[in-house]
Design a protein around this ligand. Structure first.
Ligand SMILES: [Ca+2]
Ligand SMILES: [Ca+2]
Ligand SMILES: [Ca+2]
Ligand SMILES: [Ca+2]
Length: 577
């Protein structure tokens, strides 16, 4: 019976809303609402009894019913509007008719507050589901409120669309500040900062978070920052702070002139609750020559007869302390032949560019690639104080150059990186003619005869062979395949000879070329390998042994297989004497 009645009213209210939106309203002859006699009849129900349900149009939103109805207010269980930190209560509102009688029409009521919006309080329905609205049953809507980090006054607003009109109700809850439960290290941004005066980012924001006993963010907690020692005059400010509405406190650490890991401690004032940060590293972040590596995915690409064969080149760099250079450190690439992308910027100490085959192809097929960056000279920090001191050994560094002829020294005509170091001439870009002072970030002396902060160029070179798919195979007596050609004669029944596998320029055959022996007559030998990843021609030991009872002359072949369709081979004869 009750169900049927409610269903009827739902349809009626729905139509009424539609009509209202069309400008019809209650005066429309189509108004399906019950007659005035029904209103009068319903009005006779005893006021204030929640179980009594009016069957006419809902009109108002508020607390209570009947004579105790308070329009625009939200009821709080037992009128307890003061909650403890993390406390809970139940909020309720009534939708009533003009006679303050609960309306049977199910109406959706939305609830919101600042703390709910900030996720510092939650609203849940009877099924313990997180919700922002509930629907009235017999005119009443209830929702459970829990403070979850909220403190101070939180005003809860309820609103509903009642017969085409928005109605509101509200109540203030006063929530006590929680007790400090814990303080946690949150983050350091960035996690690595550069030494003072090194030109990098020198400050980091170190953040902690104060939580109450319920694990909710605790605001307005006073936190004191401390640090055990301040090497190199590193500083932090402020030395104390009040937690914000999210529970966070922050101090800014500024690097000094000593590379060191830093840990800031944070203590909640008036408690023994404290914690320490991790992660923050103060380092130079500047590449040092001894910690620079350049590698290539292939050192012998098949580049002699093909354009756009790709080789990946990766530069890896660390600073004086072995830490990655600061992200974004620029690396520049030059090449003697082919084409290379001009630069990359490091992430976690490395970055990669691509080299591609094309003209120019040096006549000897060997291409020097140079990668360089602005950095520090290498020195030995004898007293381990993180800085250069007079007398500490320095590996002096000249200007970088593209060593096209692989001489290991600057040759007139080779391109160089001009940084105008003191004490050298343009023709001697390397070594002893450069001034023997330390040049780098870890110089803290004003005496230019001891050191300067001048940047130098850290660099690495790599040789790529533009390898051809054809070439030559030959046997040698010496393990370098360079001084003693094999003359076809072996004393005894077995020996080691050396196979030289080279391309038409005397460099390595293309990467992946397979070398195998075949067709042996009177001999035992086996070779099944690929050319090493090197620009240089392969020189591979080969064991040869006369078969027992065989003639003193033996033959076999060696095949170089560049791809499944490209190979060349050569036959060899051996006399065992
Ligand atoms: Ca030192
Ligand atoms: Ca040279
Ligand atoms: Ca060259
Ligand atoms: Ca120097």
């Amino acid at each position: 019976m009750q169900t049927l009645k409610t269903t009827t009213i739902v349809s009626a209210a729905f139509l009424s809303l539609l009509l209202s939106a069309c400008g019809g309203g209650g005066s429309s002859p189509l108004d399906p609402r019950p007659s005035s006699s029904a209103t009068s009849s319903a009005g006779q129900l005893s006021s204030g009894a929640a179980s009594s349900v009016d069957t006419v149009t809902a009109q108002k939103l508020g607390a209570g019913t009947g004579a105790s109805f308070r329009e625009g207010e939200i009821d709080v269980t037992n009128d307890l509007t003061n909650l403890s930190a993390g406390g809970t209560t139940t909020l309720s509102v009534y939708v009533v008719t003009s006679t303050n009688t609960p309306s049977a029409t199910p109406i959706q009521i939305s609830f919101i507050s600042d703390c709910v919006a900030a996720a510092k309080a939650t609203l849940r329905n009877g099924a313990n589901e997180s919700v922002s609205s509930v629907t009235t049953i017999n005119g009443r809507a209830t929702i459970n409120y829990r403070a979850d980090g909220c403190s101070g006054t939180d005003t809860i607003y309820a609103s509903a669309n009642i017969d085409g009109n928005v109605k509101n109700a509200q109540v203030n809850l006063n929530i006590a500040q929680g007790n400090v439960g814990s303080i946690q290290f949150s983050d350091a941004t960035p996690k690595q900062i550069s030494l003072k005066g090194s030109g990098g980012t020198e400050t980091s924001l170190v953040r902690f978070r104060v939580l109450d006993e319920n694990g909710a963010a605790l605001s307005k907690a006073q936190v004191l920052f401390t640090i055990a020692s301040t090497p190199g005059n590193l500083t932090f400010t402020p030395t104390s702070a009040e937690s914000d509405s999210e529970g966070y406190v922050t101090t800014r650490v500024t690097a000094g002139n000593v590379a060191t890991p830093v840990s800031i401690s944070a203590t909640v004032v008036g408690t023994n609750i404290s914690t320490s940060s991790s992660e923050l590293v103060i380092s130079s972040g500047i590449p040092v020559q001894r910690s620079v590596s350049l590698s290539a995915s292939k050192l012998n690409p098949r580049a002699w007869d093909r354009d756009n064969e790709e080789v990946s080149l990766t530069m890896s760099m660390a600073d004086d302390f072995g830490n990655p250079v600061v992200d974004g450190t620029a690396v520049t690439f030059w090449t003697e032949g082919g084409r290379v992308n001009p630069s990359c910027f490091t992430l976690n100490g490395t970055c990669t560019v691509s080299w591609y085959s094309q003209d120019l192809r040096p006549s000897n097929g060997r291409v020097t690639v140079l990668a360089f960056a602005s950095g520090n000279e290498t020195f030995t920090d004898t007293d381990s104080n993180g800085r250069y001191d007079a007398g500490e050994p320095v590996e002096n560094l000249g200007e970088a150059y593209l060593d096209e002829n692989e001489s290991g020294t600057y040759t007139l005509g080779e391109r160089f990186v001009d940084v105008t170091l003191p004490g050298h001439t343009p023709l001697t870009r390397d070594g002893p003619n450069v001034s023997a002072v330390y040049n780098g970030t870890l110089c803290y002396s004003d005496d230019a005869n001891i050191c300067t902060k001048d940047k130098v160029t850290v660099r690495k070179s790599i040789i790529l062979s533009m390898s051809s798919p054809s070439g030559d195979l030959s046997l040698w007596n010496d393990e370098n395949c360079s001084t003693s050609p094999f003359n076809g004669s072996i004393a005894g029944a077995r020996s080691i000879v050396y196979l030289l596998a080279e391309d038409i320029n005397g460099n390595s055959l293309p990467n992946g070329t397979k070398l195998t022996t075949g067709n042996p007559v009177g001999i035992t030998t086996a070779l099944d390998t690929a050319v090493p990843n090197s620009p240089n021609a392969a020189c591979i030991p080969l064991s040869v042994a006369a078969n027992p009872g065989a003639p003193i002359s033996a033959t076999f072949s060696i095949k170089a297989e560049v791809s499944s369709s490209e190979s060349f081979s050569k036959n060899f004869g051996i006399r065992f004497e």
